[in-house]
Design a protein around this ligand. Structure first.
Ligand code: ATP
Length: 298
């Protein structure tokens, strides 16, 4: 009986591991328990461009057909440029990212990459070209080395280390008793919010994507870590077409364009300076955040 139950026990463990890994993947975008009905078109082509331009053309979309979330969104991220999206909670910012990754198809309008409709591209090439640094990085119950290598499983140890160095987490890792072999995740070492984001940045660096989606953390990092992470992200974004979902205005000041979303529409757009000069919603938000910042620091 013992001989039989050991393999069964192992099988049970493996099943849980696999299920956990899948759960982690889905949690990445809050997609748990959701249908994925996006399919490759016949004759889908691979995305080839190393510096693609991304275009949202009058995009309308609702998770439920009775409730429209994006109500005609039109903007372009020029090749290699950074567009940041700000706006109230629920205005549809993260939905833009989910559509770009093609977790869902738009209802009307189109998303284009270098003029090609997303729906005509193969999903594997699209998702291979997009790197995501999510709001809350989910770590697999595995070693920290594995968690970084996940960005490109065939990467060499030297590549993993180079990515960790660039994300400023290498020193932290080699200081751990088991270094890169230290188990992390729910059953291992718990990393801080900033450390997790660095793992995500290292992952993205390894993947070397031409399009980058950065969903900024809502949970406040201390301002020193926030500045450091911002610096690492800025470097990661150089030369890549980048969409930033921003929760703090202080981090979007240098974006090539800022979109202010409100209830599924773009209310204002421009650079930081242009938006301040407009004295509209963005300028009010900026004022408010600055005053709140002052309160915190006094
Ligand atoms: P936040 O700043 O809080 O992250 P957001 O601007 O990113 O908000 P979205 O996550 O894009 O907002 O959500 C926009 C709207 O879509 C919300 O009203 C939300 O309830 C709804 N929504 C988001 N995801 C789903 C989903 N998977 N199924 C149904 N409705 C959803």
């Amino acid at each position: 009986l013992l001989q039989l139950s050991a393999p069964l026990f192992m099988l049970g463990m493996m099943y849980r591991e696999v299920k956990q890994a899948l759960t982690n993947m889905e949690r990445l975008f809050g997609l748990l328990d959701e249908r994925q009905d996006v399919r490759d078109a016949d004759g889908a082509v691979a995305l080839a461009s190393a510096r693609p331009a991304v275009r949202f053309r009058e995009v309308r979309f609702g998770y439920d057909p009775r409730r429209e979330i994006l109500r005609g969104v039109d903007f372009e991220i020029a090749a290699g440029a950074t567009v940041a999206v700000v706006g109230h909670s629920g205005s549809g910012k993260s939905t833009l990212a989910r559509l770009l990754y093609r977790f869902y198809d738009v209802d009307t309008g189109a998303i284009e990459i270098d003029g090609a409709d997303l729906r005509a591209l193969s999903q594997s090439s699209l998702r291979g070209a997009i790197g995501i640094v999510p709001q809350d990085t989910v770590l697999f119950n595995d070693t920290i080395g594995y968690n970084i290598r996940y960005g490109r499983p065939e990467a060499s140890e030297a590549d993993v280390e180079a990515a960790a160095r660039a994300a400023h987490i290498h020193e932290f890792i080699v200081g751990l008793p088991d270094g890169y072999d230290t188990p992390v995740g729910e059953r291992g070492l718990k990393l801080s919010g900033g450390e997790k984001q660095r793992v995500a940045i290292a992952r993205a660096l390894l993947k070397n994507p031409s399009i980058l989606i950065f969903d900024e953390a809502t949970s406040a990092l201390d301002s020193k870590s926030e500045r450091a992470i911002q610096g690492e992200l800025d470097r990661l974004a150089v030369g890549r077409t980048t969409l930033v979902i921003a929760h703090r205005l202080s981090t979007v000041m240098d974006a090539d364009q800022i979109l202010v979303m409100d209830a599924g529409r773009i209310l204002e757009r421009g650079t930081h300076a242009q938006l301040l000069a407009m004295q509209g919603v963005y300028a009010q938000m900026w004022d408010l955040q600055r005053r709140q910042g002052e309160e915190v620091s006094t």
